[in-house]
Unconditional design. Structure first.
Length: 213
């Protein structure tokens, strides 16, 4: 299998949500950010900071939970965590491109005080954090449902609490980036053959070969 074939295969294994969710979230954030009313501006700021990161996190959780042949993957020469990392790179790449287009459009059509670099950094930090939380929760609990709940809780905590305590988006991003990266690394390590096999024996792996949860 060539590199191009391998990456194409992993893209198909991700499912459509890995590509659609970040794009739709970026489109929604742009449309609401260009609304002129006061309520619309408040909603736009909230969606601008959270919609794309949350959608990317949900896409990552769906990618991890989508695997239905865990026992087969654990028997292959290619390490399963590496295969999952390749799959996760697809929604992350789509989200990065969507964020770039979103920020560029807002820089061209938005208010003069719009800071593209600060917004990109804030988006990157929250995306890495929420995606790390989603991947860790999916691996830990064997389902995307707990990941969805944690992502929603994290977004609400940011909007209602963290933004008031640490209003600087750059500072938030600098704290979120290493935390999210650490959670992702821990989740991928938990998918190593020995650990994943132990989880499978206990019946807590995401899926078995017959497709049952």
């Amino acid at each position: 299998m060539t590199a191009a074939t391998r990456w194409t295969h992993e893209a198909r294994r991700c499912g459509r949500q890995a590509f659609l969710l970040p794009v739709l979230a970026a489109l929604l954030a742009y449309l609401t950010s260009t609304t002129g009313s006061g309520a619309g501006m408040l909603l736009g700021r909230s969606l601008l900071s959270c919609a794309l990161p949350a959608a990317t996190a949900l896409a990552c959780a769906a990618v991890v939970a989508r695997e239905q042949l865990l026992e087969l993957h654990l028997s292959l020469p290619t390490r399963y965590p590496l295969a999952v990392a390749r799959r996760l790179s697809w929604p992350v790449t789509v989200a990065a491109l969507a964020a770039g287009v979103l920020v560029t459009l807002l820089a061209l059509t938005g208010p003069r005080e719009f800071d593209p670099a600060a917004v990109l950094l804030e988006l990157a930090g929250l995306t890495v954090l929420l995606s790390g939380v989603a991947v860790w929760a999916t691996v830990r609990f064997g389902s995307a449902a707990p990941a969805t709940g944690l992502v929603v809780a994290a977004v609400l905590a940011k909007l209602m609490l963290v933004d008031r305590i640490v209003p600087d988006g750059t500072a938030q991003a600098l704290l979120a980036l290493p935390a999210g990266a650490l959670l992702t690394v821990r989740a991928l390590r938990a998918l190593e053959p020995g650990r994943a096999g132990a989880r499978l024996d206990r019946g807590t792996a995401p899926y078995t070969s017959d497709g049952e949860t």
